[in-house]
Ligand binder design. Sequence first.
Ligand SMILES: Nc1ncnc2c1ncn2[C@@H]1O[C@H](COP(=O)(O)OP(=O)(O)OP(=O)(O)O)[C@@H](O)[C@H]1O
Length: 269
Amino acid sequence: MSTPGAGGARVEVLGLSAAFGRTRVLEDVRLAVEPGGWTAVIGPNGSGKSTLLRSVLGFHPHEGMVRVDGVPTTGMPRRERARQLAYAPQRPVVPEGVSTADYVALGRTPHRSLLAAPRPGDHRVVAEVMGRLELTGLADRLVTTLSGGEQQRAVLARALAQQPRVLLLDEPTAALDLGHAQQVLDLVDRLRRQDGLTVLSTLHDLSLAGQYADRLALLSAGRVVAEGRPADVLTADALASHYGARAEVVAGPHGPAVLPLRAPDGDRG
Ligand SMILES: Nc1ncnc2c1ncn2[C@@H]1O[C@H](COP(=O)(O)OP(=O)(O)OP(=O)(O)O)[C@@H](O)[C@H]1O
């Protein structure tokens, strides 16, 4: 598939801190994702994962710096930023009165001059992405009428149609059944392996995070408390101390998977 653009880019997050009003929610976050790498940011509810992604995109005010291939994103023209970084949000707001095909085609906007009509290449990219995400049959449906999972795939399709060098995914599988979740993650995995797309995602499903990402960053109360290979970050101790969870971590063929454990009989009411 020829979806991403000019190969992946190195992303560096340097000393990033952010707040809502006076409440600080990210504290001195440092991360680097190599071209073609996939870092999944994990962490309990409210630990700052979405705010981190939104800060990297420049959607949330922050201190510190984000660099793409060494170039700070602050001050980068909007269109240039949109050619480098694409984002699929956790709770997308889809426009009224727009077909699914036209919605996905919005991803081509950064690649054409203002007011220029779509070119054959634009239609080809949109058709290809929609085919890959099983959206072809929904092309003429209003995007507002799609189910939650279909909408989530449409949002990802729009981001991929952007042919970015870096893909930021906020909970890309939240509304998807297991089969579609695997389909989406397999597609992203293929794009990074074949074309070097760089991926920074959040993922609540720790087993999927352990299988697909090559690095995990564990956020807790706005700080990165562990970063490294999935097998080193996903440990029963880390799940107990940062999630308050009982779980066993088992080694799978492609990385660790998490098996949640019921409370012992004596601990249940
Ligand atoms: N608009 C807002 N106004 C005030 N506080 C906010 C706002 N959005 C998020 N927060 C707070 O910032 C903190 C980080 O939120 P964020 O959404 O980044 O966490 P998260 O790790 O993505 O959470 P989840 O796993 O529940 O999606 C939380 O305490 C949250 O309540």
